[in-house]
Design a protein around this ligand. Structure first.
Ligand code: FO1
Length: 309
């Protein structure tokens, strides 16, 4: 463990699953003790706008704007723009709400003025009363591409949303420069604990882990992951099928721990999913769709992490 301040926590997060754990952590840690490094591999251009789904999902969740069950977008948003776009023949497979669009318009304009994604994310969070630091993993695009068994190369959102994750995956490709921001490396360097959120390891956590300097930082810091799988099924999204397609393993909490080979000092799994591991396992309820469960689990997780010494 580095000399990092024992209280400084860094969370690596993707979309809905990561947002829910972070929503619990922010009720227990002050802003100066928590940094959230967010996947930008899902980001894409749509309608001429820069869309950052994972950054927005976490921001809206912390602003208490996200719908509790669905997890993304703004609860109660309207879709008049989308309906008009449909009338004019524009692509509407990615549902952008009217209030959600303000985020995309603001971000796209700021980036066009030369602002960094890190800076515009901070401004957007402040405008929504979110006082925690959301750090994009990098300021340069690092688009995730899904290479299907048929050999097609699909941008992530087209695979996930437009094709409803129907095409079998043969590999996941991370594009772009892959340089982490100084803020990300600074957060990792000073961390006493890194939490890998219950996000999809292949498309939400790997884009972060495969950036230079990140994996090395984790090997020198106490690192605890939360399983994104309960039994044989993913808590959210296409993860279970991806595990069977991308690894020789059956989908399980154990398979995900195997994917993080060598990084974990502890692992939280749902009751019944524990296994023989070279690190301690916390077996507790990890289903935290309901807001009230998020802070309960986050508290148990921090206590478990502290118990690791
Ligand atoms: N997911 C969908 O399945 N369908 C959508 O139409 C959709 C729209 C959308 C708009 C804004 C946003 O921030 C997220 C949105 N998502 C949608 C979710 C998103 O595709 C995934 O949740 C993340 O990329 C996975 O982490």
């Amino acid at each position: 463990m580095t000399a990092g301040h024992p209280g400084k926590v860094v969370a690596l997060a993707g979309g809905v699953g990561g947002a829910r754990l972070v929503d619990g952590l922010v009720r227990l840690l002050p802003p100066e003790a928590l940094r959230i490094i967010v996947n930008t591999g899902d980001d894409f251009e749509h309608w001429g706008l820069r869309i950052c789904p994972d950054l927005d999902t976490i921001m809206y969740t912390l602003a208490e704007l996200a719908p509790e069950e669905r997890g993304w977008g703004i609860d109660g948003d309207t879709f008049h723009v989308l309906e008009e776009a449909a009338r004019r023949g524009a692509p509407t497979w990615f549902r952008l709400g009217d209030r959600d669009l303000v985020t995309h318009l603001t971000r796209t304009a700021a980036l066009a003025r030369g602002e960094t994604l890190t800076r515009v994310t901070a401004t957007l969070c402040e405008s929504l009363g979110v006082h925690f630091r959301l750090l994009p993993m990098g300021d340069e695009p690092r688009p995730t591409t899904i290479v299907t068994r048929r050999g097609d190369e699909l941008p992530f959102q087209e695979w996930l949303v437009k094709e409803r994750a129907s095409a079998e995956v043969s590999t996941v490709r991370h594009g772009g420069s892959g340089r982490p921001t100084a803020e990300v490396l600074d957060a990792l360097g000073g961390a006493g604990l890194v939490l890998i959120c219950p996000s999809n390891p292949y498309v939400s956590i790997d884009p972060i882990l495969t950036m230079p300097g990140v994996r090395e930082a984790l090997t020198q810091t106490k690192t605890v992951a939360v399983s994104p799988i309960v039994g044989r099924t993913a808590v959210k999204g296409p993860l279970a099928t991806m595990i069977s397609q991308l690894s020789v393993e059956e989908p399980s909490a154990r398979a995900v721990a195997g994917h993080y080979e060598g990084l974990l000092d502890g692992y939280a799994v749902h009751p019944g999913d524990a296994f023989d591991a070279p690190f301690p396992i916390l077996e507790t309820n990890i289903l935290i769709q309901a807001r009230k469960d998020r802070v309960v689990f986050a508290g148990e997780l921090l206590e478990f992490a502290r118990s690791l010494g």
